[in-house]
Ligand binder design. Structure first.
Ligand code: TC6
Length: 695
């Protein structure tokens, strides 16, 4: 973005002393077009103090025209709002994304934007942080003109054309907010209610509403004071640090590397022009939709005719709904269907998404290997099965990788790309790039049972069951997790996805055994503590929402509203009595420590094993695939915020109390990091490398 005044003087930011600045609160440094340098938020900043500069621009007697090309985000847009006119190139993007970094637009953005475009439109932009196109900015009244030509030339021409006109009516800080239809207080109360509900503990969206309310109800100078006070609280909050960490973590995971030395910058992806999806159950349908929406021609294969007919209808509906939401044409022409696997003969990449059964998947990989082009990439959407075993069914095992999507696959942002010991760097690079084109946060992970996400989840789920045995209720566990920031606690999620899913896996793993409901062996499997509670509910046909009851009751099969179930409470009492378990009072803190620290401990094991390249990979997986509250950064960042010595001490404490639960035994990487002074999370990768080289 460039700024121009009537006599063509270009704004040249000057350096100012560090003391003159106030850590980005009253006098922020000069922003670039993408806004402030996010890296500088934690360090010393450079550049001139922003707020006085914007005030000086606005108060100036020469018309100042902002020429906006590329991005005008955050401080960049705030600077433009201080100008008297704004001209944008048609390809420009504008926005106040501070909320996504745990902040608010504190260089006057929260005060000027509502004065310029009205309270409802400003609330929408500031609370969501979304970027708008130049066309939308023009429609909203943020810019005065959009050009397809040279923006700077257009701005200079414009500045000359308005030179000499009075500027009083162009100084946004002197405006009052345009009146809203209806009662202003009622509007803010309604917005605040919605924002608090959606924010689930995030403080920045709430502060954004408060700042806009100040713009609507206070004179500009007092509004600016309020903006500064609110920003001061946000700026030093752990939430802002977590969200800023997450911004860089998302970008770091695209620079993948593997323990064998393969790297993102040394592995060129293969071109992918046409893709196939095998199996049109829930996952296959979502994957096909996501591919078509990303512009890929998709051949979908489903051998069961009835399922194929249903899937065709469902996929078309999903594509049409998505297109309506985005205001584009539904890409129905990208889809073709077949009940014959021969239809995939000419595709460049296949994603197998059939039922989670190793025998069936092996058969399909044998068929694919025979039918597909020899250089086609064969991918599996398995959530935990051994990718290498599937690779061994094919002619070219180096072309096999996992692409583990999360349900619903066209909505969820996460993709785990699983490389086996034989996957080639090119295969990995191709799957990572495809994920990116599909708008996913793709994370490369090694091959082990459950990969990263589900492997860690196992430790968390186990603790939730044990807590019930020891005296907790599903309501107590869920409310502690929801208070932490998850949208749903474990037991509600389990009811939603179906208890039978985990039951099937436990049966396959030899854990859920029929007829072992009493006696000492009932709660020990494979030499460690085991809770059969989930199996017992499944044996009674309580699969969750779909059967009308699970850990909660739902009134009828398919019901959605969870209510506590007295039957379940008596069942738990009987179960404890039967097994000689004396219930005790469990507080929410113990729920969090047991569930989250067990999960984090497994995260450290995963880092130790080299299954994830760094803490950023694990954190992105949890934030984008498992509902970990974004403003808490992810489990590994959270562990660093809590303090590694504290996490270690609590795990030691719980392991002493439960020596039959190996997940609670602190892993050696955690001990070593604590022993080496608990380096910040950004330094763990180096520390891990050093530890590995010492072993
Ligand atoms: C001053 C007063 C207070 C003001 C506050 C604000 O302005 S708050 C508002 C603050 N501003 C924002 O919130 C905007 C944040 N930025 C974005 O949303 C996107 O970058 C984009 C939409 C501008 C471009 O998307 P794209 O897909 O084309 O590109 P990409 O995303 O891959 O980025 C390319 C490289 O640039 C890096 N980098 C980018 N921005 C920043 C930054 N601000 N800082 C530092 N670095 C930044 C990024 O890490 C990456 O580096 P890598 O990994 O290659 O080493």
């Amino acid at each position: 973005m460039g700024g121009f005044c009537g006599n063509k003087n270009i704004l040249a930011p000057k350096k100012c002393s560090g003391e003159a600045r106030h850590r980005g609160l009253t006098q922020n440094s000069a922003p670039g077009p993408k806004g402030a340098d996010i890296k500088e938020f934690g360090d010393s900043e450079s550049g001139p103090p922003l707020i006085p500069m914007i005030h000086a621009i606005e108060a100036g007697n020469k018309p100042m025209v902002a020429a906006i090309e590329g991005f005008a985000l955050g401080g960049g847009l705030e600077l433009a709002l201080g100008c008297h006119y704004r001209i944008a190139h048609s390809k420009a993007r504008l926005g106040l994304p501070e909320v996504t970094l745990g902040l608010l637009p504190a260089a006057g953005g929260s005060q000027r934007l509502p004065r310029l475009i009205g309270v409802p439109a400003a609330l929408d932009l500031i609370i969501t942080g979304r970027h708008v196109t130049a066309a939308e900015a023009l429609q909203l009244g943020i810019v005065d003109q959009v050009t397809d030509h040279h923006t700077v030339d257009a701005a200079v021409k414009f500045a000359l054309s308005v030179a000499g006109r009075p500027l009083d009516a162009r100084r946004i800080s002197s405006y009052s907010c345009p009146p809203v239809s209806g009662d202003l207080d009622a509007l803010f109360e309604e917005v605040m209610r919605k924002v608090r509900r959606g924010a689930r503990g995030a403080i920045a969206p709430v502060a954004c509403v408060q700042a806009v309310r100040a713009a609507a109800t206070l004179p500009y100078a007092r509004g600016m004071e309020r903006e500064r006070e609110l920003m001061a609280t946000l700026f030093t909050s752990g939430q802002a640090r977590a969200l800023q960490y997450s911004f860089f973590a998302q970008r770091a995971v695209s620079r993948w590397s593997t323990p064998s030395g393969a790297r993102w910058d040394a592995s060129a992806p293969k071109p992918v022009r046409k893709v196939a999806v095998i199996g049109l159950g829930t996952m296959g349908r979502g994957i096909a939709v996501a591919l078509a929406q990303a512009g890929f021609p998709v051949v979908s294969v489903e051998t069961q005719e009835k399922q194929l007919t249903e899937a065709k209808r469902a996929v078309s509906q999903m594509l049409e709904r998505g297109a309506k939401r985005r205001g584009v044409a539904a890409p129905l022409d990208k889809m073709s269907y077949s009940s014959n696997i021969q239809a995939v003969a000419d595709v460049d990449l296949v994603i197998e998404a059939v039922f989670e059964d190793m025998g069936l998947k092996k058969k399909i990989f044998q068929q694919l290997s025979a039918v597909c082009k020899p250089d086609a990439l064969l991918c599996t959407n398995t959530s935990s099965l051994d990718v290498d075993q599937l690779a061994s069914q094919t002619r070219n095992p180096e072309l096999v990788v996992g692409m583990h999507f999360f349900a619903p696959a066209h909505v969820m942002k996460l993709l785990e790309v699983v490389y086996g010991p034989r996957s080639s760097p090119q295969a990995l690079a191709t799957a990572m790039q495809l994920g990116k084109k599909m708008g996913k946060v793709s994370v490369a992970v090694g091959n082990c049972p459950g990969f990263v996400g589900n492997r860690m989840l196992k430790a968390y789920v186990e603790q939730a069951f044990f807590l019930l045995e020891e005296g907790a209720t599903p309501e107590l566990v869920d409310s502690a997790l929801e208070e932490f920031g998850f949208s749903m606690g474990f037991f509600k999620v389990s009811d939603l996805s179906g208890l039978d899913v985990g039951w099937k896996v436990r049966k396959e793993d030899g854990l859920a055994l029929p007829g072992v409901s009493t006696g000492p062996s009932a709660r020990i499997r494979q030499g460690r503590r085991y809770s059969p509670l989930g199996d017992l509910l499944c044996q009674r046909g309580r699969f969750g929402q779909k059967t009308g009851s699970g850990w909660y009751q739902y009134g009828k099969p398919g019901g959605r509203v969870a209510t506590p179930d007295p039957w379940l409470h008596s069942f738990l009492e009987e179960y404890r009595a039967q097994h000689g378990l004396v219930p005790r009072r469990i507080d929410p803190q113990e729920v969090l420590e047991r569930c989250l620290y067990a999960l984090i401990n497994e995260g450290f094991r995963i880092l130790e094993d080299g299954i994830a390249a760094g803490p950023e990979d694990i954190d992105c997986i949890y934030v984008f695939g498992y509902g970990w509250p974004h403003y808490r950064g992810g489990p590994m960042f959270y562990a660093a915020m809590v303090g590694l010595p504290k996490v270690l001490e609590r795990l030691e404490h719980y392991y002493r109390a439960h020596p039959d639960v190996p997940d609670l035994q602190p892993c050696s990487l955690l001990r070593r990091l604590v022993a080496s002074g608990s380096p910040p999370v950004q330094k763990w990768k180096e520390a891990i490398k050093k530890l590995h080289s010492q072993l």
